[in-house]
Design a protein around this ligand. Structure first.
Ligand SMILES: NC(=O)c1ccc[n+]([C@@H]2O[C@H](COP(=O)([O-])OP(=O)(O)OC[C@H]3O[C@@H](n4cnc5c(N)ncnc54)[C@H](OP(=O)(O)O)[C@@H]3O)[C@@H](O)[C@H]2O)c1
Length: 427
């Protein structure tokens, strides 16, 4: 790690060479993201010194002690002792958190911000639960909280929301926020079965060994809470988000979408409504050529709709060590500046009641059609023509509010119909 340790003092700089000062960095986590950050810092040492006038000295690196391979040179900085790391964090110029979770990560955040340090995190779960409180702590102690890498990996969407777009009258933030599920849905649409697509996503490092938060939609919901916080000032932990992932019937989501000439996407959306902010994460059938339909594989896209700025669309790699670490490094190197967004206010969101069109499907089975129609009728959904395919029965209902569709889905589930519902943005 000698390449990233600052040995040079400003006084020792030769003539004509810009003065370079030391930036002491305490790093929590040296896995996919933290390890890549260490590698990036070493790789760009000269450029960082030339452009930013700093050399980064890694003071302590907190790990759990799994024995996994580490980047070159960190061995003598490693610690598994949280108390020792917290002491180092209070002394550092910048503290980076890339361990995940909300326990130790929260302790590190409070220590760093309470000591007036710059705290940089990639942890959307931490922000979704404690973002506003940490922001207040940062302001109270003249510290700074940055988290560009927490949503959209390497896409600079949070900076845009915090600094560029606050006064544009944001109406909606929507997009594909989870690279793992988008990769799986892309493969399903190409005809691959779910189990193979998931195994492939895991082999490529897009999905974790336990992909539960991804496929259930909760990872995307955490990210949406952070986006809505910055866009609308809603308290992330109090925003009600309707969350439906791609399970339990992922294969059918793709077949259903294909039956209508569309492709499935797990869409996260927060929108200003008359009574407050509505938010959802759910499967949506979109046209293949639409802005969401064109997002393939592990990429993400975020579309910001605003009154004075129209539609802004940011797309790119949504996850992975290198894009995420690049965003972390950007935060680390950023000059301290006061925040401009009104992100710490605490309006609560509201349940969405706007009507949409929906595609419902159940597998073919004896009596399934009659039971499905009965369920729809009881939920107040007009009985539409049933599309009978070899694999499934499909109906398009609505425009109807989610509450009606939810009622129908629960009733259909209760009688063992195995229903799937996608919001429709095609036809
Ligand atoms: N991977 C991505 O593409 C991505 C993208 C955006 C954001 N993020 C976020 O970045 C964070 C890190 O993700 P990752 O993929 O790098 O995870 P990871 O590969 O599992 O690495 C986690 C690191 O933190 C250490 N660690 C975990 N819990 C700890 C604890 N309680 N005490 C001390 N050390 C602990 C681990 O130690 P050991 O090495 O000893 O196990 C490991 O070094 C998460 O918040 C994640 O949501 C990840």
């Amino acid at each position: 790690m000698s390449t990233i340790l600052l040995q040079e003092s400003a006084a020792a700089a030769p003539r004509g060479v810009p003065r370079v000062r030391t930036l002491r960095l305490a790093l929590a986590g040296c896995g996919v993201v933290g390890g890549e950050l260490v590698r990036l810092i070493a790789l760009h040492e000269r450029e960082i010194a030339a452009r930013n006038g700093v050399r980064i000295e890694l003071t302590r690196v907190l790990v759990r002690g799994s024995g996994r391979a580490r980047p070159d040179g960190v061995a003598d900085r490693l610690t598994t002792d949280v108390a020792e790391f917290l002491a180092a964090a209070a002394e550092a110029d910048v503290v980076v958190e890339a361990i995940g979770g909300t326990d130790t990560a929260l302790r590190i955040a409070r220590t760093a911000l309470g000591a007036g340090r710059r705290f940089v995190t990639a942890n959307k779960a931490l922000l979704a639960a404690h973002g506003p409180a940490l922001m207040r702590l940062a302001r109270r102690h003249r510290a700074r909280l940055d988290f560009e890498s927490a949503v959209g990996g390497g896409i600079p969407v949070l900076r845009a929301l915090r600094e560029q777009l606050p006064l544009t009258g944001i109406e909606a933030v929507r997009g594909v926020l989870n690279g793992t599920t988008n990769y799986i849905l892309t493969r399903l649409a190409a005809g691959e079965p779910y189990t193979a697509a998931l195994a492939d996503a895991q082999a490529k490092g897009y999905a974790e060994a336990n992909p539960a938060r991804d496929i259930s939609g909760h990872d995307a919901a955490d990210k949406l809470r952070v986006l809505a916080w910055l866009a609308f000032g809603t308290h992330p932990a109090r925003l009600p988000v309707r969350v439906r992932g791609i399970v339990p019937h992922p294969d059918r989501l793709a077949a259903d979408a294909a039956a209508l000439g569309g492709v499935p996407r797990l869409v996260a959306e927060a929108r200003r409504a008359a009574a407050g902010i509505t938010a959802s994460v759910e499967p949506v059938v979109v046209a293949p050529g639409s802005e969401l339909g064109q997002v393939h594989g592990a990429d993400n896209v975020v579309v910001v709709e605003s009154l004075h700025n129209g539609r802004v669309r940011l797309a790119g790699p949504g996850a992975g060590g290198a894009p995420t670490a690049s965003a972390l490094l950007g935060d680390v190197l950023r000059a301290a500046r006061p925040l401009r967004s009104g992100a710490a206010s605490a309006d609560d969101g509201v349940e969405e009641s706007a009507p949409h069109r929906w595609l419902l499907s159940v597998p073919r089975a004896p009596q399934a059609e009659a039971r499905l129609l009965r369920v729809l009728e009881r939920a107040g959904l007009q009985a539409p023509p049933v599309l009978r395919a070899a694999d499934a029965l499909r109906v398009v209902v609505g425009p109807a509010p989610w509450t009606h569709v939810d009622l129908a889905l629960r009733a259909a589930e209760a009688v063992g119909l195995g229903p799937v519902a996608s919001r429709l943005e095609v036809g």
